[in-house]
Ligand binder design. Structure first.
Ligand SMILES: [Zn+2]
Length: 410
């Protein structure tokens, strides 16, 4: 696996920055295509920053058709690519438009390798690798326009459901250079970005191969003439600025759009025990699935199948929230609200002790307070209880007695 580290070298906004998160907040890997036949991390970064006004490129990784992988951000960076799900997703973009062309073997394999590597590094299972269109609110978007079930099966075939000890460690090669002047004979990512730009502007620089040959040279001169700047076939600051501002172009770029930014309704998973659930192949399974099934009245078998998805849609429609059959933060919250009909019964006083108290009642408290649900009444839970008590205006002693219990579950 050949990873080119481009962190810190790509276009970024002069004042805006992406927020950061802890690695444990990451629950999904999102697969995209660029919806353009050519492209690069450099080109996407410029588009996202200059056209969309984003803090930086929207993707964490870009995989080109030759299987080269560009690393664009730390995993902790919350960049824009899946809207309100950005907070817990890592974005991989494959260069290409898979609505009109097919995904080649080399690129597919590189993307599979990268995904497996990330799954193992982040402890993410194959059923949490989703296409862009599989995220809440994106059913309309034809991204990545490949069969995600096939993709997941290929991940699983290669031992992807479990961390794989045999994954080849990534080798990082030197990052992309940002040279001030480009001229004949130069090679590299910046030359390729130049060729892409010339190509998009209609100056036909020849093959987009990162080599500044005669055709690129010729295209640069034609461009300089058209832009009314000095014609020398060398790309320096003046030509760069002209390339950036040149008008008369018709730019159609579909990768990354304003809808990939989070909106005011972004809700973060404060509880890390909660992943998003949806119907995919292979099916998602687990206790959280059973919990949802119980609450929406589906058959409880711990597997998120079509019946469960339908019951979730029915539930969402009754609740008046987005009907997509996906259990994301909003639906989890709605499920919590309705579960008060089977309100948990107070059993005992809960407080911080050594060893920590453990049990289902502790889990219920943790769920109600949106802290990690491990069933152990530790310091984090105690602090959350104190904060809750303070907000409620009752004695903030960090102990859950009858009064606090009643406040939590009524
Ligand atoms: Zn996408």
């Amino acid at each position: 696996m050949n990873i080119i580290d481009k962190r810190g070298t790509l276009a970024k906004h002069s004042s805006r920055t992406y927020r950061r998160r802890s690695r444990s907040a990451i629950r999904n890997i999102a697969i995209h295509h660029s919806a353009t036949t050519t492209g690069s991390a450099e080109a996407f970064a410029r588009y996202h920053v200059n056209e969309l006004g984003w803090p930086g490129i929207g993707y964490h990784y870009v995989v080109d058709k030759d299987g080269n992988i560009s690393r664009c951000h730390d995993l902790e960076v919350v960049s824009y690519h899946v809207g309100n799900s950005n907070g817990y997703a890592v974005g991989i973009c494959m260069v290409g438009n898979f609505q009109t062309e097919s995904l080649g073997e080399t690129q597919r394999n590189a993307t599979l390798e990268l995904t497996k590597h990330l799954m193992s590094e982040l402890g993410i299972t194959v059923d949490n690798v989703w296409g862009h269109t599989e995220f809440p609110g994106y059913a309309w978007k034809p991204c990545p326009s490949i069969n995600m079930n096939t993709f997941r099966n290929q991940l699983a075939e290669h031992g992807g459901s479990l961390p794989d000890g045999n994954i080849q460690a990534p080798t990082y090669v030197a990052g992309a250079r940002q040279r001030t002047y480009l001229s004949r004979g130069d090679q590299g990512d910046d030359v390729q970005a130049l060729q892409e730009r010339l190509d998009r502007l209609g100056f036909m620089p020849g093959p987009i191969d990162g080599i500044f040959g005669p055709k690129t040279y010729d295209a640069v001169m034609r461009f300089q003439r058209a832009a009314g700047i000095s014609v020398d076939g060398i790309v320096g600051p003046e030509t760069r600025a002209a390339l950036r501002d040149y008008e008369g172009e018709v730019e159609i770029i579909e990768h990354g759009s304003p809808t990939d930014e989070p909106d005011d309704n972004e809700e973060m998973f404060r509880s890390e025990s909660r992943r998003m659930l949806r119907y995919i192949q292979p099916m998602m399974r687990g206790e959280d699935v059973s919990e949802v099934q119980q609450k929406v009245g589906a058959m409880v078998d711990g597997m998120y199948g079509t019946e469960t998805a339908q019951k979730v849609r029915d539930f969402q429609s009754r609740e008046g929230i987005l009907v997509d059959g996906i259990v994301g933060p909003q639906t989890w919250r709605a499920l919590d609200r309705t579960s008060s009909s089977r309100r948990p019964r107070y059993q005992r006083l809960l407080s911080l002790q050594t060893p920590y108290l453990r049990g289902d009642d502790v889990k219920q408290v943790q769920r109600a307070l949106n802290v990690e649900v491990d069933g152990l009444y530790g310091p984090i839970t105690e602090r959350a209880v104190r904060n809750f008590q303070r907000r409620e205006g009752i004695t903030a002693d960090g102990i859950v007695g009858r009064q606090t219990w009643a406040r939590l579950f009524n």
